[in-house]
Structures are given as C-alpha cells and as structure tokens.
Design a protein around this ligand. Structure first.
Ligand SMILES: Cc1cc2nc3c(=O)[nH]c(=O)nc-3n(C[C@H](O)[C@H](O)[C@H](O)COP(=O)(O)OP(=O)(O)OC[C@H]3O[C@@H](n4cnc5c(N)ncnc54)[C@H](O)[C@@H]3O)c2cc1C
Length: 310
C-alpha cells in the first residue's frame, strides 16, 4: 500500500518513519525541506507547551519522551541530549501532571529562584538539536526506502497514493481550508555561551527560555498570535535578552551570534483525525508550540488510525 505524507517538518518525517516501519511505501511531498521548515526553528525542548487537548497531548508527549530518551542513549548522531532545566514561576502552581512520569523532577528551594520568581521546579528532559535532528530524521526515512518530492500542493487531489497523511503545518490553513489554524510567531537568538542548566519561564505572557545545545545556546522567546512577520525584530531581540538575563544574570549579551523567526502552527487543538472519502486522509497538524514534543506519539496514532481504516 502506498501512502503520501504531505509535509517534511518534524511531524511529517516522524509519521513517514513510523509508516515505513509498518510496511507502507511512503512518498513525502513538501514545498519546503530542512533547513527551511518551521521545525528547523524550534528551540527545541521536550515540554508540553501551548498545546491542546491536554489529555491526548499528555499521551503523545509521554510516547515521544520515551523515544527521545532512547535516541539520546543509542543514536548520538540524532542530536538528542537529556538536559537539566529549571522552570521559574511568579506564583505558586501545581506541578505539571507529567512530573511523576519523567526520570528526574524536584521542586526548587527559595535560594534557587531568580529575583521576581516565587516557585519553580527542576527537571531532566530531552533537548532536540533541530539542525542535526532534522537531518537524522530525513536520513532515517531514506534508509527505510521513503522518497521525497519537492512540490507545493494546491489540493489533496494533486497527489497519488492509497492513503494520505496531512502534516502541512500552517500550510493546512489553505490546503484543508482551516480558519482555526493561525501563526504564533516565535523569535529566537543564538548565543556562544553555555549556562550550567537550562532556564525557563513558560507562561505565555512572560515566555522566556535559555536552552543549551552542544554548539550554541538558544534564547527565546515570543508567542505573537496572528503575526505573519518572518523578519527578525530588534525590539523582540532586546525583550528576549532582558527576559533571559533576569533568569540567567551571567548571560553575556555581546556573544549573540544569530537570530531566527518561525511561525508556530497554532490551533485551538491539534487536529489528528481521519477524514473518510475515496481514500483515507489523516490530518495531523496544529501542534502550536509543541510539535517536537508530540511528534512520535502523534505518529503512532496516525499509523493506528490508518491501519484501522485500510
Ligand atoms: C521559535 C520556536 C520555538 C519552538 N520551540 C519548540 C520547543 O522547544 N519544543 C517543541 O516541541 N516545539 C517547539 N516549537 C514548535 C514546533 O516548531 C512546531 O510545533 C513544529 O515544528 C510543527 O511541525 P510541523 O511538521 O507540523 O510543521 P512544519 O515544520 O511547518 O512543516 C510543514 C511542512 O508542510 C509543508 N507544506 C505546507 N503547505 C504545503 C503545501 N501546500 N504543499 C506542500 N507542502 C506544504 C511545508 O513545506 C513543510 O515541509 C517551536 C517553534 C518555534 C517557531
């Protein structure tokens, strides 16, 4: 059976891998490939963030956590590293519902909180270094026999296949006629300096993060709803530096090496469902700020839905 996966971001490539492993012949058709996708801009830490529905997202996130943990131990070239991070909060909050499911989690003491913060926790989660990871994912697809075609689609009828999987990210707004899908703009800076641990304030109003990679540190962020501007903004860079310095006073702002912008595919909830027709079409888009975090769990569900439908 032949399946066409539309989209070569982290969601499309993860689905393609799982479909190939399940015995499907897979063609990936996409307008853009790495390093030109939104997925390439992701910071990217495993952390369920700005995604719904919460109950399904937790299942998808935990499945992905397992895969990323295994990759960090078994496939160094995938660019996945387990790292310690600290989340800081300006008011007391319950620990996230996944805190008992990950390998290391503890509450921070008062002496471990930056000024202005009153609560927080430390955790160990996968950091996915997207430039390396996207290359690894593509190579994995190709090694399993998947083929890649560069093409912009105007309609699902433009492609062949016994089944389709729609992982077109923000492109689904036009392709699937989905007005619920909208951009949530994110700007990041790259820094040539390494913090001892990652630092996070993931409340939407104050969003800030410092994520160490092996070759740089990623600083963020912004979450601007319905903002289609893909050019970096000087004001946003200054805001990001101020927010990150508040969490990490040792940050040396003279060591910034780059800036990037990505448009998260935001939606009231992830759309992962079967649309029945002449051939099965599975939609898998709208992952907002958590597409990397949810990628493997969603891919598993796509394969299960497709198996049940064929
Ligand atoms: C600054 C920033 C930081 C982030 N940090 C994190 C993080 O720390 N953790 C996390 O989990 N997530 C993070 N995200 C979110 C994550 O990047 C997204 O949720 C994820 O990349 C979405 O992946 P996708 O495969 O659905 O979409 P995309 O990566 O956008 O891929 C869509 C694909 O579909 C193709 N396509 C679209 N329309 C068409 C068409 N008409 N015809 C053919 N092809 C088409 C595109 O060319 C592309 O190949 C971050 C995002 C940003 C911007």
């Amino acid at each position: 059976m032949r399946c066409t996966v539309i989209g070569a971001g982290v969601c499309g490539l993860s689905c393609a891998v799982r479909l190939l492993e399940a015995g499907w012949a897979v063609e990936i058709v996409a307008e853009k490939f790495s390093p030109e996708t939104t997925s390439d801009r992701a910071a990217a830490v495993w952390y369920p963030f700005l995604v719904a529905p919460a109950d399904r997202a937790k299942v998808w996130a935990m499945a992905s956590y397992s895969v990323f943990s295994e990759l960090s131990a078994s496939e160094p070239e995938a660019g996945v590293i387990m790292r310690t991070g600290r989340e800081y909060l300006r008011e007391n909050m319950e620990s996230p519902d996944w805190h008992t499911a990950i390998t290391r989690f503890r509450l921070l003491g008062p002496g471990e909180l930056p000024d202005e913060y009153v609560h927080g926790w430390e955790f160990e989660v996968p950091v996915v270094e997207m430039p390396r990871y996207m290359a690894w994912l593509r190579a994995r697809c190709e090694s399993l026999g998947g083929t890649l075609t560069q093409r912009r689609l105007e309609s699902f009828d433009d492609v062949e296949g016994d089944a389709l999987v729609n992982c077109s990210g923000l492109g689904a707004r036009e392709l699937a006629g989905d007005d619920d899908l909208h951009p949530m703009r994110g700007q990041v800076l790259y820094l040539d300096q390494t913090p001892a641990v990652g630092h996070f304030d993931q409340q939407p109003e104050t969003l800030a993060y410092v994520i160490p990679r092996s070759d740089c540190t990623v600083l963020g962020g912004t979450a601007q709803i319905n903002d289609w501007n893909e050019s970096p903004s000087e004001d946003d860079s200054e805001l990001i530096l101020a927010k990150c310095t508040a969490m990490w006073p040792g940050l040396d702002t003279s060591r910034i090496t780059g800036v990037a912008v990505g448009l998260r595919p935001a939606r009231s909830a992830v759309r992962l469902e079967l649309e029945s027709g002449e051939r099965p079409l599975i939609h898998n888009y709208g992952h907002g700020g958590g597409g990397v975090t949810l990628s493997w769990g969603c891919a598993d569900e796509v394969v299960a839905l497709l198996s049940a439908a064929t």
